[in-house]
Design a protein around this ligand. Structure first.
Ligand SMILES: Cc1cc2nc3c(=O)[nH]c(=O)nc-3n(C[C@H](O)[C@H](O)[C@H](O)COP(=O)(O)OP(=O)(O)OC[C@H]3O[C@@H](n4cnc5c(N)ncnc54)[C@H](O)[C@@H]3O)c2cc1C
Ligand SMILES: Cc1cc2nc3c(=O)[nH]c(=O)nc-3n(C[C@H](O)[C@H](O)[C@H](O)COP(=O)(O)O)c2cc1C
Length: 460
């Protein structure tokens, strides 16, 4: 179980990163660029507005909340977009109409964007009375998980237990199913014309990206092979993304479920790069998306991808701060994008703590990391090789152990204003790092960092 303090990161980042959110909207809907920014400004700060509340992990609920707010606003309803974690009992207790868009993460758990709300309100012995509240709820999920839309269902039950009235039955969305989203839009504006509804349906913005390079990063590893992949954009306007963002890849064999990958390069690098581990199923077959990217797809062939803003893992607001970047395995992708962006801006200092199995085979992007250490881009580089440690001292050591060994340095960096970014495995690494940070900094300080958006995660 992840600690509550850790789970604040993405949520509070979203709350703080209003500018980034506007940028995200602009970026996803380039055709309506200036209108979107104007909308976003108009939507904010309306006292008697309907609430559009999002609880998100990787940004989909958040992005849908802004889309939905714009849709309501276009129909003449004033809307205020707010993160669930930013909602207090008083605001909710006074609201008459609210819409909630909530995802589920982990194994039926609340996403980072809901953790504070869960702790402070849903698990409170004295929850607010919500008899005045009429609400709608869109639950995002994936039927492949045992606890489908688990957090959305929990939130729905809780709202009703406090006396709130559903304006319509909860709508569950399996993998962004367009039919469920169309149903949601027509519930928000029952009077909208067929034409308005058709215009509001986002077109699938997947486009063909061309694979131009594929480098095996860990030959001889006992772990799954990891590749650095380079892609050139489809014809048309130059794509725009920020360090911290994701791409989604569509697999023809599994059209219902795009896979997310953390972008490992910046827009200035001239190509979009990913770091992908090839999955192999127990029956020997390759993972659908990772197999396509790392094996089946030939150099020069195209794959359907789309860029996806991840406001909760961008730098936004932390540009001037020292950065502590922590991760393992393919988590290097998101951290590398941030480091490449730091090279471009010359900002620092930067400290990378990175874990893999063996230095001889798994030192991903070694030349680049060592060059950054040598030229000062990395003020500190802590590589932690678990199997080497085991061979040397009989014990597997991970990044969280190194973090504990470096406790004084960590505290000193945080006191100098550092922000902490964690990218990689949700199980094991992210939970272990969370525990170590709590131990080193104390739970209250870690919670405060999360609220200040100085603790952000891209974990999966
Ligand atoms: C926010 C986010 C960021 C991510 N970033 C990265 C990244 O930077 N790099 C990266 O490599 N990955 C990343 N991932 C993971 C990535 O999205 C995929 O989940 C991963 O590549 C596996 O997808 P796949 O289609 O290859 O595997 P799938 O075919 O979906 O298989 C995945 C697992 O499902 C099970 N399974 C599925 N089908 C079968 C079957 N027929 N028989 C038995 N078992 C089966 C197995 O346990 C298998 O290992 C990220 C995920 C998220 C959510
Ligand atoms: C690591 C991980 C765990 C997930 N766990 C669940 C789950 O237990 N139940 C479910 O219905 N969906 C689950 N999902 C699917 C997400 O809820 C779904 O992708 C959602 O659209 C994400 O929205 P967000 O970007 O706003 O967080 C999971 C997704 C990931 C990546």
């Amino acid at each position: 179980m992840l600690s509550e303090a850790l789970r604040w990161a993405a949520a509070s980042a979203s709350v703080a990163a209003y500018g980034a959110l506007c940028a995200g909207i602009w970026w996803r809907e380039r055709a309506r660029a200036s209108a979107a920014a104007a909308d976003a400004a108009a939507l904010a700060g309306q006292g008697d507005a309907v609430l559009m509340v999002h609880a998100s992990q990787t940004g989909q609920a958040e992005s849908l909340a802004w889309d939905s707010a714009r849709w309501l606003h276009a129909g003449g309803t004033p809307v205020r977009v707010v993160a669930l974690n930013a909602l207090d009992a008083t605001t909710l207790g006074q609201a008459r109409q609210a819409y909630f868009i909530a995802s589920t993460y982990g194994e039926g758990d609340a996403p980072d964007g809901a953790s504070v709300f869960v702790e402070r309100l849903m698990e409170s012995p004295t929850p607010p009375t919500l008899k005045q509240l009429s609400y709608g709820l869109l639950a995002l999920g994936d039927r492949e998980y045992a606890n489908y839309c688990g957090f959305g269902r929990r939130l729905d039950d809780w709202l009703q237990a406090q006396g709130a009235q559903p304006a319509f039955p909860r709508i569950d969305v399996d993998n962004g199913a367009p039919s469920a989203l169309a149903q949601w839009r027509s519930r928000l504006r029952p009077d909208a014309s067929e034409q308005d509804l058709a215009d509001a349906s986002p077109s699938p913005d997947f486009a063909p990206w061309r694979l131009v390079s594929r480098e095996h990063l860990n030959p001889g590893s006992d772990g799954g092979p990891v590749f650095l992949l380079g892609f050139m954009p489809p014809p048309g306007p130059d794509p725009v993304w920020e360090a911290g963002d994701l791409v989604q890849v569509v697999v023809a064999a599994d059209p219902g479920r795009p896979r997310d990958y953390s972008i490992a390069s910046t827009v200035h690098d001239g190509e979009l790069q990913l770091i992908v581990r090839q999955e192999r199923h127990p029956d020997g077959s390759l993972g659908a998306a990772s197999g396509l990217l790392t094996s089946t797809l030939a150099l020069g062939d195209t794959v359907a991808m789309r860029l996806r803003p991840h406001p909760g893992f961008r730098l936004s607001g932390n540009e001037e701060r020292p950065l502590i970047l922590i991760g393992n395995g393919t988590g290097l992708a998101g951290l590398r994008a941030h480091l490449r962006a730091r090279v471009a801006t010359g900002k620092g200092p930067n400290w990378l703590l990175f874990g893999e199995r063996r230095a001889a085979h798994d030192f991903l992007c070694r030349a680049e990391l060592e060059a950054w250490r040598a030229d000062g881009t990395l003020a500190r580089l802590d590589m932690v090789f678990s199997r080497d440690a085991e061979a040397a001292q009989g014990e597997r050591l991970y990044v969280q152990h190194r973090l504990l060994q470096q406790a004084d340095e960590m505290v000193a960096w945080v006191e100098r204003g550092a922000a902490i970014y964690v990218c990689g495995s949700l199980q094991g690494m992210a939970a272990g790092v969370d525990g170590a940070l709590r131990q080193v900094l104390g739970p209250d300080r870690l919670a405060a960092l999360a609220v200040e958006a100085r603790y952000r995660r891209d974990v999966y």
